[in-house]
Design a protein around this ligand. Structure first.
Ligand SMILES: [Zn+2]
Length: 236
C-alpha cells in the first residue's frame, strides 16, 4: 500500500523496519501518550516475512500473519493508523527511493515526534534497523522540510513538514527516559500479540525478562520502569 492521500496530522509517527520492533522499542511510551490523548501512527517498512525458523512457513504466509499481529498490537496501544510499506525483509537499503517514500509518509502524517531505531548502535544490529534509522533521520532533516527536495511531491499534495524531535530506541547513548510504569502491562500485552515471534524468543518468561529490561532502563530515575531513547531536537 503506497501513500496516495494526505491524512490528518498526528502527534507521533513510529517508523519500524519490522512488525514487533515498535513494541520492543516504544510500546509503553505510545500507550502512555495515546492515553494522554496524543495521536499515533505506525509505518511498517517491511512485513517481516523472513522472521521465522520454521521451514514450513512460506514468506507470503508469514507476512500476512505478521501484519495481522501488528494490527492487533497496535489496537492494544491505541494507535490510530498502521501503514504497511511492504519493502523486502532483510532488504532495506539507504536509497533515494526509500528516503523519498519515508518523506512522503512524514509529510502525510505531519508528526511533532518521530520514533525509530538508532542507526548508530554498534556491532550486532539488524541491518534493516541500522538502515531505517539513518533513512528516517535524513528524511526528517532536511528532506521532509525543504520544498525543493521533491517538487513532484508538492504536485501530489505533500507539503513540506518540520518534525520537532526524533526518539531513537535501542540507543547506546541514552539521554531521555519515559516513565512506563503505568503502561508496562500494555507493552507486554501488545508484544504478546506477536505470537509468531514470541514463541521463538529464547527467554522462557517474557514478563520477567521485559520487566528487568525496563527496570534497568529506568536506572537513576524516581520511577520503576522506563523506555529509554536518544532524543534529538531538530533545529528550526
Ligand atoms: Zn526488527
Amino acid at each position: 500500500m503506497k501513500v496516495t492521500v494526505q491524512a490528518d496530522g498526528v502527534d507521533v509517527l513510529v517508523v519500524a523496519a519490522h512488525p514487533d520492533d515498535a513494541e520492543f522499542g516504544s510500546a509503553g511510551t505510545v500507550a502512555r501518550w495515546t492515553r494522554e490523548g496524543k495521536t499515533v501512527a505506525y509505518a511498517l517498512c517491511t512485513s517481516g516475512e523472513k522472521g521465522t525458523s520454521d521451514r514450513n512457513v512460506s514468506p507470503e504466509r508469514l507476512a500476512k500473519v505478521r501484519e495481522r499481529e501488528q494490527l492487533a498490537a497496535a489496537e492494544v496501544l491505541g494507535v490510530r493508523e498502521v501503514e504497511f510499506l511492504r519493502y523486502a525483509d532483510q532488504g532495506l537499503e539507504d536509497t533515494p527511493e526509500l528516503r523519498k517514500e519515508i518523506v512522503r509518509v512524514i509529510r502525510k502524517y505531519r508528526p511533532f515526534t518521530v520514533i525509530t531505531s538508532d542507526p548508530y548502535r554498534r556491532y550486532v544490529w539488524h541491518r534493516d534497523h541500522r538502515v531505517i534509522g539513518q533513512v528516517v533521520l535524513d528524511a526528517v532533516y532536511p528532506f521532509a522540510r525543504d520544498h525543493l527536495a521533491y517538487p513532484d511531491l508538492l504536485d501530489e499534495g505533500f507539503e513540506p513538514h518540520k518534525v520537532r524531535e526524533i526518539l531513537f530506541w535501542a540507543s547506546e547513548d541514552i539521554n531521555y527516559r519515559v516513565d512506563i510504569t503505568e503502561t508496562f502491562h500494555l507493552k507486554l500485552a501488545a508484544l504478546r500479540r506477536h505470537e509468531s515471534q514470541v514463541k521463538e524468543l529464547p527467554m522462557p518468561d517474557l514478563e520477567t525478562w521485559l520487566k528487568d529490561r525496563c527496570r534497568s532502563m529506568a536506572e537513576g530515575e524516581s520511577f520503576e520502569l522506563a523506555e529509554a531513547y536518544h532524543r534529538v531536537e531538530i533545529p528550526s
